[in-house]
Design a binder for this molecule. Structure first.
Ligand code: GLY
Length: 305
């Protein structure tokens, strides 16, 4: 008996301003539609999360792919991870500067390599050797982000830790999916944090931190301030609780409470198990997400407080 597919995507958790709500909603809806096309025709959860994330990487609204935050040197430096819950195979890239769709390279690593990670030039070389075209870093940079970095650096002495406040954009994107065969998968992609030090790697591409998938527990993708999330290995923390019998809806909320209480971290999470039960939670003012099941399609910018 085939399983009813489910897909959940997110497009960041922070104080998304009113004038950016529509763009976020459109973005997550488009991503959900792309992932759903795969699931509808009987495709795999792995293909579905890849296609959903590609759409989000293409959308300049989000901190992933083109239009991402710039690092201290004014460059886009991207991280992504993808994981197959049926085999526990994963593929990740970190600090790549010449890939339009880092998730495509991550997927190639998962499928075509005995390894799990490639970073920087090695990742770009792996991608090129596997048929993925490289772009110039300038192709990923947009004027909005040049201006944002210029403003930030001009006021650098006024910034303390506020770079990591929930009011600052955390538009890391991700997707989790369940396919007809009952397999789950997850993917997360990001440009990281504004003005980050070159070479800084966030949680998104780290297995178990920003992303995880195991048919026996859950598929998870996180967004938000990466350092606290990775210290808590939060995606795996959440998946383990689902495996122990807790409902994803409850676990997602608990993960956000844990992040806040333990390290004063903030962000959001989407969580899905192989029975199609899901959770969407955040401890930031807002989060952009979309859900598609056989019965319904829903997208929202949920509010806290
Ligand atoms: N969550 C994205 C990052 O901190 O890099």
């Amino acid at each position: 008996m085939p399983t009813n597919p489910v897909l959940v995507v997110h497009g960041g958790a922070w104080a998304i301003p009113d004038d950016m709500v529509e763009a976020h909603l459109n973005g997550v809806r488009n991503a959900a539609a792309a992932g759903w096309r795969v699931l509808e025709r009987g495709g795999s959860a792995l293909d579905a999360v890849e296609e959903a994330v590609v759409v989000l990487e293409d959308d300049e609204t989000f901190d992933a792919g083109r239009g991402s935050f710039l690092n201290r040197d004014g460059k886009v430096q991207l991280d992504a991870f993808i994981m197959d819950g049926s085999t526990l195979r994963g593929g990740g890239v970190g600090c790549v500067e010449r890939l339009r769709h880092p998730v495509r390279a991550a997927r190639k690593i998962l499928s075509d390599s005995p390894h799990v990670y490639f970073v920087a030039e090695g990742a770009e070389r792996f991608a090129a050797e596997h048929g993925i075209a490289l772009c110039r870093n300038e192709d990923l940079v947009i004027p909005r982000e040049v201006e944002r970095l210029r403003e930030y650096q001009a006021q650098a002495s006024n910034h303390g830790n506020d770079l990591f406040a929930p009011t600052i954009s955390h538009d890391t994107v991700g997707a989790v999916a369940l396919d007809r065969d009952g397999n789950i998968a997850a993917s997360t992609s990001t440009g990281g944090t504004l003005n980050k030090a070159p070479g800084r790697l966030g949680d998104s591409s780290l297995i178990g931190c920003g992303c995880y998938a195991d048919n026996l527990s859950a598929a998870a993708s996180t967004t938000g301030w990466g350092e606290p999330i990775m210290k808590l290995v939060l995606a795996k923390w959440a998946a383990d609780r689902v495996e122990s019998g807790s409902l994803p809806e409850w676990v997602a909320k608990e993960a956000m409470n844990y992040l806040k209480q333990r390290l004063n971290g903030h962000g959001g999470i989407i969580l899905l198990d192989a029975q199609g039960r899901f959770g969407i939670a955040h401890n930031t003012p807002r989060m952009a997400w979309a859900l598609q099941t056989v019965q319904k399609q829903e997208a929202g910018i949920t509010r806290n407080g």
